[in-house]
Ligand binder design. Structure first.
Ligand code: GLP
Length: 241
């Protein structure tokens, strides 16, 4: 109804107009995250536009991450996960706070000698042993991120002790991180990452590197993550000096 009442959608270059109109409505919360859009056919009929035009407008918004499509269930306004950057929280805590259930699918949980990159990031001497985790992180059965973590074995003696949450396991060894440095970079997800995250190859992703520390300065983890750009917003509060 709101889309059909918007005069902008009846003007030339209809698919771009329709795309802009839907974006405006969603951004003004005229349709809430998680709610469905009218079907392609209904929109085309009511707006007297061709289905190709409607499909093109919607496809553009799906690509932008504003809408999601599920086979057989229709088109939804995407629910984004907004993550404050200033709080040192775990993936598990972030999801639980939003009422979502987190889950990990592990590809690797092993002990091994540090690589040169890990030894620099973790301040460990060559030959030291680290516990490694490589996993896909899910929320409500939807893949959200891929993570590779390395933790000194002196702090986490056995990676199999991480049943799902790394920070919960570290807590049991009194090694829960207290401070972290994090770097965020925009990336396009390669074919392998995209397949694991159920998005198309080349989609936008966020590469996050986190080094976290104990109070005494020891580095607890070096984690490299790839988050889905179509779902995550990282926000930071800024203050003047
Ligand atoms: C986030 C961080 C990772 C950290 C992880 C711990 O995803 N980017 O650096 O290792 O949280 O989460 P969990 O305790 O759920 O394994």
């Amino acid at each position: 109804q709101r889309i059909c009442n918007d005069p902008a959608v009846y003007q030339p270059l209809a698919y771009l107009r329709l795309r802009r109109a839907i974006r405006n409505i969603v951004e003004r919360r005229g349709i809430e995250p998680g709610q469905t859009l009218p079907s392609e056919r209904d929109l085309a009929q009511t707006l007297k536009l061709s289905r190709v035009t409607v499909r093109k407008a919607i496809a553009g918004l799906v690509e932008d991450g504003l809408l999601h499509q599920r086979h057989g269930a229709g088109t939804f306004v995407a629910e984004r996960i907004v993550k404050p950057m200033s709080r040192l929280t775990s993936f598990t805590e972030d999801l639980r706070e939003r009422g979502l259930s987190p889950r990990s699918e592990f590809f690797e949980r092993s002990l091994g000698e540090v690589t040169p990159e890990e030894s620099m990031a973790l301040n460990l001497s060559p030959g030291s042993i680290v516990a490694r985790l490589h996993r896909v992180r899910y929320g409500q059965d939807e893949p959200l991120a891929i993570e590779r973590s390395a933790v000194p074995a002196s702090l986490l003696p056995d990676p199999m002790l991480v049943s799902d949450s790394l920070y919960e396991a570290l807590e049991r060894f009194n090694a829960r991180p207290r401070r972290a440095l994090q770097r965020l970079r925009a990336v396009s997800l390669n074919a392998h990452q995209a397949r694991l995250l159920h998005v198309s190859a080349g989609s936008a992703g966020l590469n996050i590197e986190r080094r976290s520390f104990l109070d005494d300065g020891r580095v607890v983890e070096f984690t490299c993550s790839w988050y889905r750009g179509d779902i995550y917003d990282f926000v930071a509060e800024l203050q003047t000096d």
